[in-house]
Design a binder for this molecule. Structure first.
Ligand SMILES: Cc1cc2nc3c(=O)[nH]c(=O)nc-3n(C[C@H](O)[C@H](O)[C@H](O)COP(=O)(O)O)c2cc1C
Length: 206
């Protein structure tokens, strides 16, 4: 038995849908307990965005998802982060949540746990890879084992079409009207299953 946490932030719902697809994939692995949680929104952002219908609707759709806590990170044997791109990097909301986990870092409590990233950007070249690769940095500080999205399991990413999917993260191009589309969700689901398998294999062995 192993525990997989999917912790995401999603202003407009795309990352949430990808995180949900990853949860489905993870649940397909025997003996996994899977929990999906949202990284808390800033009060100031709630106020600023309250006039944006797309934001308000997307938040309504995530109302039932519990907010992520430090205790969730302790509980997890593996963690998938859902992180939309902001200026090619993670949003401040996610950075703040990671900063607040400084105590866990200091005590080495995340060391040896599997981790992976799901991301989303409006445009194809808007920063999917840079968001994943820069998130790799704090994951190394935490001592986590970064899990990628190999081509062998994800032939969909070997394409010249404007869809997500990189070796570093499952992803969606949110600027497309049909985002996330089936191939993107399939890749997120496979990443969920892969991190679940790695979490199980690592548990108690590092
Ligand atoms: C402040 C801000 C900065 C953004 N920066 C980028 C960017 O650098 N590249 C890009 O393609 N999209 C950018 N976007 C678009 C977001 O990546 C997009 O809204 C997000 O992926 C949608 O995911 P969500 O529905 O889960 O919030 C930005 C959006 C905001 C609000």
């Amino acid at each position: 038995m192993a525990n997989l946490l999917i912790a995401y932030y999603s202003a407009y719902g795309h990352t949430y849908q990808m995180a949900s697809a990853a949860a489905e994939g993870a649940k397909s692995v025997d003996g996994m307990q899977v929990k999906i949680v949202k990284i808390p929104e800033f009060e100031v952002a709630k106020k600023q965005m309250s006039t944006q219908e797309a934001y308000v609707q997307a938040q309504e759709g995530q109302k039932a998802i519990p907010e992520a806590t430090q205790e969730d990170l302790r509980w997890a044997d593996g963690i998938i982060w859902g992180i939309p791109t902001r200026f090619g990097l993670m949003p401040a909301q996610v950075k703040q949540f990671l900063d607040a986990a400084g105590g866990l870092w200091m005590n080495g409590e995340l060391e040896g746990k599997a981790t992976a990233v799901i991301t989303s950007s409006n445009s194809i070249h808007g920063g999917q890879e840079s968001t994943a690769l820069t998130t790799f940095v704090p994951m190394m500080h935490f001592g986590m084992i970064y899990v990628g999205l190999p081509y062998g399991e994800n032939p969909e990413q070997n394409t010249t079409e404007g869809i997500g999917g990189t070796p570093y993260a499952a992803s969606t191009v949110a600027g497309r009207e049909d985002s996330p589309e089936e191939r993107e969700k399939k890749m997120a689901s496979r990443l969920g299953a892969r991190v679940a398998r790695v979490s199980k294999a690592l548990k108690g062995n590092l």
